[in-house]
Design a protein around this ligand. Sequence first.
Ligand code: MN
Ligand code: MN
Length: 309
Amino acid sequence: MTIQVCGHSNPDTDSVAAALAYAVLSTAMGDDAVAVMQSTPDKLNPESTVVLGKFGLTAPAEITDAAGKKIALVDHSDIGQAPANIKDAEVVAIVDHHKLGDITTNNPILINCQPVGCTCTVLNEMFKMNNVAIPKDIAGAMLAAILSDTVNFKSPTCTAKDKAAVADLKVVSGVDDTDGLFMDMLKAKSAVAGVPAQDLLFRDYKDFDMNGKKVGVGQLELATLDQVADIRDDLLKAMQDTKADGRHTVLLMLTDVVKEGTDLLVVSDEPAEIEAAFGGKLEGVSFWVDGMMSRKKQTVPNLQKQFGC
Ligand code: MN
Ligand code: MN
């Protein structure tokens, strides 16, 4: 049976590139494997669409149900992020860079999970270990995935291995200007024209329980804050509406990836607590936090500390 290689739901560039790459590697190793994704090609996010177009790759076909199939998981190992009925599939491999999830199997499987910035960094090493050449177009997508996941090396999740993998993949893909590639991806990802403010707030949004207080944190990664200058009032209105729905605080991180910091929009019952969490002072409805890039590693831990979690 053909192995279907699948990334997580709501796929990002790593989930798509890693699926394509692992399908190539598995096929080269003698298995019959094909990449799939949990999205239709027309619903794929703008960044991944740009990446596939740039390197002349066709988007993988959609998978909606895993029952009865042979599956290799990339970029996740959580049942909640896998295709429906993953418990009724035969999972044969996991290649990932997140905390280990809750997938279990009846048979021994191949697992390669490493604490690095991107699944494609792990895969680059697997190609090397197995002496399989990476096709030029696949190398381009893998390179783009590493730049995306590590925010062009600026994320605290980035490791020396990620940088070394990019150096390898630059040669194979023929991409010289990785900063230029990253900016093209960022522009696609951060395009806000015509998108309703509520959708922008929820594009990358999570609610957290902070000692009994519900705190929502959204993030928009931008090439420049100018991109949202005209819609700040609309975003604020969307945040106020969202807060009115039983929340103590709603924050929106407007992250300037070039300047490496975040303009933090704040709507809160206790704004002084938010100021204290980040050592900032509100000017109107926001303040700048230098170096703040990661919700997971920076914003949430500071809030948890402040709220006594
Ligand atoms: Mn991912
Ligand atoms: Mn990833």
